[in-house]
Ligand binder design. Sequence first.
Ligand code: PLP
Length: 370
Amino acid sequence: MELSRIHYAKPSITDLEVKYASDAAANGWGPNCYDYIYRFRDLLKSYLDVPYVIPTSSCTGALHMALAAIDVGPKDEVIVPDITWIASVSPISYLGATPVFVDVLEDSWCIDPQAIRASITEKTKAIIVVHVYGNLCDMDEIMSIAKEYNIPVIEDAAEALGSLYKGRKAGSIGDMSVFSFHGTKTVTTGEGGALIVQSKELYEKLLVLESHGRDPKISKQFWCEKIGYKYKMSNLDAAIGTAQLERIEELVARKREIFLEYQRILGCRPEISMNPEVAGDINSYWMGTVVFDKSVNFDREALLKDMEQANIDARVFFYPVSMMTPFEDKPQNTVSYSLFSRAINLPSYHDISSAEIRRVCDVILQYLER
Ligand SMILES: Cc1ncc(COP(=O)(O)O)c(C=O)c1O
């Protein structure tokens, strides 16, 4: 008998999401065309406890606007971790600036604050930090370095909705932050994102930028003051997102349950480490991940092949972005260049069953016994 497919990621969609999406499709037009967008925005604002939220059509678009708002341009450098999805980096290139890839820490897989310090130059215009797979960056240290040099910090919290750093939500600490609501994320709108802003001044600048350069303070119709962007979230997407945010505690709790189940089975193996949770923090465990110790003669492709044969959709850990074709290799980032080849992501979708988690673990345990 063929075993059912275990997916890598898949959203949790209930009658509530269907009800709101149907309502938006039937009624969310004309004068009501922003209703769910505003509800979604306000729910996110209160969940994160932040002053300003701009819903967007993607996290990539949100980051593009965040960098534009602080006037990143050619000749500027932006510091970014080498381990992340390329979406944290592409907007730097869109604006003609140079990404400076910085190594990550062995334990958190997040950017190394001391490597940030060592990479700051007169050209550094911003620091992007990424809470990878739900893990948390050392925000106190990062914010203190950034303050010393007066450089804005943008948190890429695409993968960390629900994680808490010393009691503060990931995405509520940097000068600006971005989230993704792509279909693989803990909360989804299909495609979607959000830009979080702490300062009123930047928020007002962004309201012009996000509306094709139209200034909301100028009543002249279809009048643009500058070249802006069009990364707006649709009311239909926001309807699904509103239902998801009304369920956020449940969605995050389920992610934690899934991870803890993986950890119960695999955590006792000394050859494996998994997403860390530092005392005082909460990891929302977007994506359970296993890293094999350097002492293991680990063959990532062989394990992924075993997974595929068991009809399991496991995935590779992020490649160092600097290793990819558009950039120059930076093997000096020794942690990044070692980590990626020793790790895989585990299927972590909300509806995964205990029996399916067991199946995934069995493949790993059998691999270790070989
Ligand atoms: C760390 C990180 N940043 C940015 C993004 C981009 O998100 P989006 O696909 O919504 O643009 C992702 C999405 O996968 C991500 O994982």
